[in-house]
Structures are given as C-alpha cells and as structure tokens.
Design a protein around this ligand. Structure first.
Ligand code: ADP
Length: 593
C-alpha cells in the first residue's frame, strides 16, 4: 500500500461529504492567515514602541497604541476560536460519518462472501474482528487528523514561510532549509518504527485471538489444571510485546531529541541573522520577534511530522488488510439466474469431487440420486464427507469436478438465494439468537403474525412448553434446554416451509429423553418433503427410504436397509457397531422382564 493508493481508496468514502470537506478547507485557509496576525502585531508593537521610546512622554502617546493592539488581538482571538471550533467540529463530523460508512460497507460486503472466507484460518473470529476494527480506527483517525491537524498546520506553515520570505529572503531560506532536514529525519524515524509497528499488529491480533480461545476452552483448561501453562503462554507474548514497545519508545526518543536539536539550531540561526540585519540597519528591531514567531509557525507542524508519518504508516499497515477484506471480490458468492416456479426436490449428484480451499480432498467422484419427497440417509464414519455433501447441495461450496442437478437443472444455474430459501437445515446445534422465543421462530419468516408463530410452534411440538414459561413467547430463547432449542429451530423451519430439508445429526447433542421428545417434531417436519438426514441414530436411519453409505469421500454402498444389511459390507459394519453400542441384549432382557 502506498500513500497515493491509500488516498485513492479513501476518496470514494469521502465523496458523499464534499460540502463538509469544502467548508473545512475554507476554514483552514482563513485560519492559516489568522494564525500569522500575532507575529505582525508584535512586530508593529515593538517597532512603534522603540520609536516612541526616543520621543517625549512615551506613555501617554503609547496608550492609544495599546488600545488598538488589544482590540485587534481580541477580535482575532474571537474569530480564530470560531474558526478552530468549526474546523474541529467539521473534522470530527467527517470522521464519525466516514467511520460509520466504513463499518457498514465492510459488514455488507463480507455478508456476500463465500463460506470459504469464514472458515479460513486467517479469518478466525477474533482475528477478523481485530483486522476490521484496527483498519477502521486507523483510517478514520487519518481522515480526522488530516482535517484537524495536518492540513491546518501545513497551511499555517506555508503561509508563515511565505511571510518570512517576504520579510527577508535570507531568513526565509533558513526557515526553508530546516524542512528537508526534518523530512529526512522523520522519514528515517518512521521507517525504523514501521517494522516494530507491523510486529505489534501481529502481537495484538494473536493476543486477542488467544484471549477469545481462552474463554472458549476454559472448561478444558480448568479441568486439566492448565492455568499456569496458559498464563505462561500469555506472559511470553506479553514480554515480547513489552520488548517491542520499549524498542519503539527508545527509537522515538532518540529521533525526537535530534529533531529538537535541529530546530533549536535554526532558532539560534534566525536570531543571529536577524540581529545582524537589525544592527546593519537593514530591518527594524521588531523583526527579531516577528521572525521567531513566524518560524515557530513553520516548525510547529514539522515537529508533528513524525506523528503524521506514524499515523499515515498505521493507516498504511492496518488499512492494507482492511481493504483486502473489503475488496476480495473473488470471494463474492456466485449465483445463477434460474428461478423455477416450484422445486420438486429431485437431486442427482454426478461424478462429483470436491476439495476444500485448504486442500482437503473431501469427496472423490461420488454419484447418487435423491428422490423427491423421500428420506435419504447418509451414513458413514466421521470424516467420510457427509456434511460436505450438504455443503455442496446448499451451494456453500461448488464441486471441484462433476455436477449436481436439481430437478434436471445444474445447481450452478440456480439463483443462490432462491435455492437457499427452498432448503431448510437442522444442525447438531442450531443457532439460537439472543432474543425472545418469538423472535427466534420469526427468523424463519420475518413479519409473521403471532398466529403463524404459534401454529409453527404447535407443529414442532413446543407450544405447550412455551406456554408454561412465565413470559411465554417473550421468554429468552437462550435459557431453553438443548432439546427445546432444537424444536424452536424446527418451528422456525415450519414457518420457512421449504420443500427440501437437510438434517445434520439433529439429535447428536441431545440426551435420550430430549431425543425422544423431538422425534415427533422431526417426523412432522420430514413429512411430504425431500429429506436428507445424517444421523448416528439407528431409528432415524431405519426410518429412511434410501441409504447412501460413504467412506473416505466415496459412496461405497446404496440401497435400502435390509439389502445393505444382508450385503455384509460397510453398512453392516457400521450398523452392527451402532447396535452393539446400544447393548441391545441387555436392553431386550430388561424390556422382556
Ligand atoms: P462427515 O460429515 O462425514 O463427518 P465432513 O464432510 O465434515 O465429514 O468432512 C470431510 C472431510 O473434509 C474431513 O476430512 C474434514 O476434516 C474436511 N473438512 C470439513 N470441513 C472443512 C472445511 N471447512 N475446511 C477444510 N476441510 C474441511
């Protein structure tokens, strides 16, 4: 990222606020002229007083002068206060507006991205958040400082330098000579610091990420009594950060002293030069103060130069990954345009292979059919590729080879949003949002009436339990048990009413009683739809019309339960293992007893 590229990227965000920027610029220009008034007044005062001192009764004649000076300075300060207020206020307004636009745009953008974006390692939730946050804050700080600090100070400096040249060319040259030296030192300083800052960014990201992980896995940490190890790990990164911070400060202080030294040399040079010119009668005595004050207007902004470099550098570093996220157009989910009147749900998977972006070969040349309005079970050991099939059917990913047809049309041609509106999913753990039960069910069809919500809840066999809660449908959905949450998710699906349903181990996280309780709701949602179920529950597998057996990314067997069992292959092995784990002998003995 370069500065010009950075500005080019920020420009579209600043465009809507053209007027605001224009007012700020006008105020800046007026302000930079007003800032020089003190120097002129002081020169005039010193010269007039030194003339008066040789005349008789200086005090009575000088009172008039003091009155004028006070009035002019007072008016100038009042006007200047307004200018500064306007400048700061408009600058701040610009920052707030642009910050809002940045965060809105990036959220809107990442919502359009493919699943691969969210599952990639560099976008783990903590890291992604830090990248977005620091990008926005450094960019908005840059915008704000540009209008509040950088621009006014530099406008000031240029006007002051012009005044110095107009007063005396040699003095102007001394003032001018300092600038490139300052630039050089500040640039070297910024260059030396940028490595440290880049490193710091990495530390911050991984520190945040670690703290999030720490909270996520606190149960494991505590149960294995790994607190000291976790603390040590944190301490290590903390020590590295401290070392980095100390190096940064040390470098800064060395360069600051150097710059201070140069500035003082310039002040002395101006005093000596002006004193010489005054003594040589080339200029009046008032010029000494005049030149020094003008020079302080020149040096003030360049004293800030390294800070500005820092900020620009921060923006360069942090905005890099921000814009990378914002501009990853290749990550935008593709979509076809095909929208049929109705989806029947006949799915044909033809020679499909799939590789995840990280290189995992999850599916290898699989082919099978899913008949409409039937229940198809995908069976296989963990890692066989069952969930991957569902990921492909929902167009979260596209097959690397082969094709998937839905009612005879390639899935790629379907309008993605339309497709997803026609597919419902029940997962191991369905996401229940913070909010009431009502809101959580309503997510299936925003704007549903109370009657529709209640109907859906009844269909999912959860209505009565909701009514038993003190606040009924207004109760927080978070407080419900796993089985109840699962039924809320099913109620949500009844509202959505899609013709195709994917069930990915819907009872895996539930105990036997909860599983028994949601059986009714599951049976209800499966009715008259095309259903694909992944399950380790024998009863759900036996209930299906068709079984597809997968092993290591391949389809190894397909058919109905009885045939597959008799075939004595993979299905037989998996099924027997499941049955044995239930300890059927003992169960049947107990039940017969
Ligand atoms: P199953 O559902 O049968 O347990 P999956 O379809 O989840 O199996 O996984 C198949 C393979 O793909 C596994 O090796 C798994 O590690 C890998 N895998 C699953 N999801 C991802 C992902 N988002 N990125 C990379 N690899 C993945």
């Amino acid at each position: 990222m370069t500065i010009s590229l950075l500005f080019k990227k920020i420009t579209p965000f600043a465009k809507p606020y053209k007027n605001l920027i224009f007012y700020t610029l006008v105020l800046t220009l007026v302000g930079s002229f007003a800032a020089q008034i003190n120097a002129f007044i002081l020169k005039y005062t010193v010269d007039t007083i030194s003339d008066l001192m040789v005349a008789k009764e200086p005090l009575s004649r000088g009172m008039h002068l003091i009155g004028i000076i006070s009035a002019v300075l007072l008016v100038k300060e009042i006007v200047y206060s307004f200018i500064q207020f306007g400048q700061k206020f408009y600058g701040e307004k610009l920052r707030i507006f642009i910050a809002r636009d940045f965060s809105q745009q990036i959220v809107e953008k990442i919502l359009t991205y493919k699943m691969a974006f969210y599952t990639s390692e560099e976008n783990e939730s903590g890291k992604l958040q830090t990248r977005i946050d620091s990008g926005i804050s450094s960019l908005t700080r840059l915008v704000q400082n540009f209008f509040i600090d950088i621009l006014p100070l530099f406008a000031n400096a240029i006007v002051a330098l012009v005044c110095m040249f107009m007063a005396n060319v040699y003095v102007g040259l001394v003032g001018l000579a300092v600038i490139p030296i300052y630039f050089y030192i500040s640039q070297t300083q910024a260059g030396k610091l940028s490595g440290f800052r880049r490193q710091m960014r990495k530390y911050r990201e991984s520190k945040n990420n670690r703290i999030i992980n720490l909270i996520d896995s606190i149960l494991v940490i505590k149960s294995f009594v790994r607190e000291p190890e976790e603390a040590d790990r944190h301490e290590k990164i903390q020590f590295e950060m401290t070392e980095n911070q100390m190096q940064t400060r040390k470098t800064s202080f060395i360069f600051d002293s150097l710059k201070n030294f140069i500035e003082q040399i310039a002040v002395v040079a101006i005093i000596v030069l002006t004193a010489f010119l005054v003594l040589d009668n080339q200029i009046t005595i008032g010029a000494i103060m005049f030149h020094i004050m003008l020079f302080s207007n020149v040096s003030a902004p360049i004293r800030q130069l390294h800070r500005i470099y820092d900020e620009v550098n921060d923006a360069l570093i942090y905005s890099e990954s921000f814009f990378e996220i914002l501009e990853s157009d290749d990550l935008i989910e593709g979509s076809g345009t095909f929208i049929p009147d109705k989806i029947k749900g006949h799915i044909v998977i033809e020679d499909v292979s799939f590789e995840y972006p990280n290189g995992t070969h999850a599916l290898r040349d699989i082919s099978f059919q899913i008949k409409p309005n039937q229940i198809t079970a995908l069976v296989g050991l963990s890692g066989a590729g069952k969930s991957t099939v569902i990921n492909l059917l929902d167009k979260f990913y596209e097959p690397t080879a082969g094709r998937i047809l839905l009612d005879g049309v390639d899935l790629r041609n379907y309008d993605t949003k339309f497709l997803r509106k026609n597919i419902g999913m029940v997962l191991q753990r369905n996401h229940i949002f913070k909010g009431s039960i009502f809101e959580n069910i309503e997510y299936g069809k925003i704007g549903s009436s109370k009657e529709e919500i209640v109907k859906a809840a009844k269909e999912a066999y959860i209505h009565e339990q909701i009514m038993e809660l003190p606040q009924g449908y207004d109760s927080g959905a978070h407080l419900l048990s796993g089985g109840q949450q699962q039924r809320i998710a099913i109620a949500r699906l009844f509202l959505k009413n899609p013709p195709i349903i994917f069930l990915d181990e819907p009872t895996a996280n539930l105990d036997a009683i909860a599983t028994e309780q949601i059986k009714n709701s599951l049976d209800a949602i499966k009715k008259d739809r095309t259903v694909i179920i992944i399950s380790h529950s024998i009863s759900q597998i036996i209930d299906s019309n068709e079984i597809v057996v997968m092993e290591k990314g391949r389809v190894v067997e397909k058919g109905i339960h009885e045939d597959l069992y008799d075939h004595r292959g993979t299905y037989y092995k998996i099924f027997s293992a499941m049955a044995n784990s239930l300890n059927l002998d003992k169960i049947s003995k107990t039940l017969n007893h």
